[in-house]
Each structure stands twice: as C-alpha cells, then as structure tokens.
Design a protein around this ligand. Structure first.
Ligand code: SF4
Length: 396
C-alpha cells in the first residue's frame, strides 16, 4: 500500500470520530455525517492551527449546515445536462467526466455534495458509458476529468481513463480536476507523474483556498506535476472567514506562482444547500479584484466568476473600469483611481455590423425594462461627465 493510501486509512471519517476528537454531541455529529460524509485525512488535519481557522472551516462540519436555507442541491443544474450518469455536457465542445465519488477530504462547501461520497451516484462502473458517450460525440475536444477526486483512483485505474480518452481521436485536451496537491500532496508520486506524461496534453486544475495550504509538501507536489509537463491552474472559492480578504488572496496567489501554479479562477460561492454560511456579498469579490489588478503581477490576477444558477455557465465580473464610452472616446479609470481618456477610432456607421453585445442589449427584456424605468430622467452629457469624477474608496 502506498503512503497516501495508508494516510487515508487514518482519516477522521465517522460521527464517532467527530464526537471523540472535537466534542460534538452525538446526534448533531450523526446528522452532519448523514447530510454529507465526514473525511479529514491526517495531513490536512495537521494544517489546523486553532478551532474556527480557515482550514478548520473548510474541513470540520458545522451545525449551521443543518439549518434550512432554502438553497438547491444542484444549483448549476448539472444533472439536467447529464446524458449518462458520468457526463455533464453543457458547453458545445467540452464535457465534465465524473470518474469517482471519493475524495481524500470532504470539503464542507462542496458544490457537488449531493453526489460526492455516494458511490451509487458516481461510480467506476459508469466510466465506460462516459467514454462511449465522448466517442460518439465528435464535437467534444476538451474533457474535464473530475468526481469526487480522480486521483483517488489508483494509477492503474486512472491510466485506464486517460488511455481511453487518448484513444478517441477528437479529444484534444484532457483536464484533471484534483484537490490532492492541497489536501494530500503525498498522492503526487513519481510513478503517477510518469504515467500522466504518456497522455499529454494533460492540464491539472487544483483548488487552493488559503495561503496556509501552500506548504512545502504542496509545493513539491505542484512542481512534480509541472516537471511532468502539466500546466497547473488554481480555482479558488471565495468563502466567508476563509479568504474574504484581499491580502489573504494576494498572499495565496503569490505563493501559488512560486509553486508554478497559475491562479485561474476565483469563484463566487455557489448557492448550494447547507453552505449558506460560506457565502459572501458579491461586493467582497469585486473589492478583492480591485485590490489585485495593478497592485500585484498580472499573473497573480485570476478571473472572478459567478457560475450562473440554473446552468448558465461561468460569467466573469469585473470592477467598473469603464466610466463612459461613446463614438468619440472611452473614459477609464486605472487601479489608482486616476481617470484617462482614449480616443475612439472613427468608423463609417453604415459599415459597422452590430456586435453581439449591442444586439443583445437592444432585445433584452431586462435592459428594455430598465430603460423605460429611467426614461423620466434622461442622462445629459453633463451628468455623465460628473460621474467621471471618481473617488478612490478609503483604505481599510
Ligand atoms: S475535493 Fe472537490 S469534489 Fe471533493 S469534496 Fe472537495 S470540492 Fe467536493
């Protein structure tokens, strides 16, 4: 048995463990465990510095999970776009391929907690159906291998998946979504890296949420993957009490770059049942982005996205940099809140095709409704100009 498998065996993974280690009352511990399975492996457990710290919040169950919050179990409607149990096919040229229900740590904020840890819903027995579906759909050129955590499979089983995908001629890119470099970096072994190398291009997406997770062990794991030729990106979920602070995110992103991991996304927390206590106002994410762009290397600035409820996909949102735009110029503010004008290129209006944005804005019922609402107070050039005088928000 490999070291990571031995460590997994020593995980806290029952209501009784929760009672013994963290003084939970038995009934609450049992309800929490049946709501979403408990598993905290010894490596991640050792990162906790004090009760309620950012590592604790992500891994130790919280009685607030039991509150009725009215949020859905499947807010992104993944199941609605699922032609076979292991596949979600939402975007034209890519699919999500679920290969295991297991993880080495069950994150309390997990978006897919309705399925994760439940082998009746995600299972290796559905892998072949997934491969068959992808083979039958030549438009699929990008496959995201996920779960659960695909690196919970043994090297042998994972190789079956990667080999199966590589045998499909139209699959160009394989992405493996794994939290192992963060929660159990011992899983990244030389043998695993040698095996993955055979199936390039393989991209790795991982999931660091706090600088304390960027340990020497995690650094070594990410470097091994990078040395094996895998570009590694990070997807951070914005969470109250964990990373809802620009300095924390800046420190995390700098550390990630030193580990050869590119910060890729910051996600607004999904509206998932029993995770409401993690959600932050959207303002918080925008403020963090405002304090990253220009203040640190552009490489350390990810996209801030909302995964649209109901299955609309990821939508990027940005602080307001464009203050005004017409046929003559665009007025912008920079990261220091200084205002600049850039002269627009003159075009013959008749020769300009309507871009997708304008077409959408003309037809959108929401925009038309808003226009009607504002019609009693038309904007003049002066009051548009007045808006240009932006004030830099006070430093906290
Ligand atoms: S590792 Fe991923 S799939 Fe597993 S519990 Fe955490 S967020 Fe969910």
């Amino acid at each position: 048995m490999e070291l990571w498998q031995q460590m997994l065996r020593q995980s806290i993974d029952s209501a009784d463990d929760l009672v013994k280690r963290f003084n939970f009352d038995k009934e609450t511990a049992e309800r929490l465990n049946s709501l979403f399975h408990i598993r905290i492996n010894p490596y991640y457990l050792n990162l906790i510095r004090y009760p309620g710290d950012p590592i604790w919040l992500q891994s130790i169950p919280d009685a607030r999970e039991l509150e009725e919050d009215g949020l859905p179990e499947d807010p992104l409607n993944e199941d609605g776009d699922s032609p076979v149990p292991s596949i979600t096919h939402r975007y034209p040229d890519r699919v999500l391929f679920l290969v295991t229900s297991q993880c080495s740590m069950y994150c309390r904020f997990c978006t897919r907690k309705r399925k994760v840890s439940d082998s009746s819903k995600i299972s290796m027995r559905y892998i072949q159906d997934g491969l068959d579906y992808i083979k039958a759909h030549p438009e699929v050129r990008d496959v995201i291998v996920s779960g659960g955590d695909p690196l919970m499979l043994t090297d042998f089983m994972l190789e079956k998946v990667l080999k199966g995908l590589r045998e499909i001629p139209h699959v160009e890119i394989i992405r493996v979504h794994t939290k192992m470099p963060v929660v159990l970096p011992q899983r990244i072994t030389p043998e695993l890296c040698e095996m993955i190398k055979k199936y390039h291009p393989v991209y790795i997406s991982t999931h660091f949420n706090h600088p304390w997770e960027a340990t020497p062990e995690a650094k070594k794991a990410c470097e091994m993957l990078a040395d094996a030729g895998c570009p590694v990106g990070n997807q951070m979920v914005l969470m109250k009490g964990v990373n809802d602070d620009a300095e924390v995110v800046k420190e995390l992103n700098r550390k990630l770059l030193m580990m050869r991991v590119k910060p890729y996304y910051i996600y607004q927390a999904d509206m998932v049942k029993s995770t409401n206590h993690f959600r932050t106002p959207i303002r918080v994410g925008l403020e963090i982005m405002d304090k990253l762009r220009g203040h640190t290397s552009g490489l350390a600035v990810p996209y801030f996205v909302i995964d649209a409820p109901g299955g609309g996909g990821k939508i990027p949102i940005l602080p307001q940099y464009v203050l005004y735009h017409d046929d003559e110029k665009i007025v912008l503010r920079n990261y220091k809140y200084e205002v600049f004008e850039y002269e627009e290129v003159k075009e013959d209006p008749k020769s300009v095709p309507l871009d997708a944005d304008s077409k959408f804005l003309r037809k959108s019922p929401v925009v038309i409704r808003e226009r009607k609402r504002r019609i009693s107070k038309p904007k003049t050039r002066n009051n548009i100009r007045a808006k240009v005088k932006v004030e830099k928000p006070a430093e906290e």
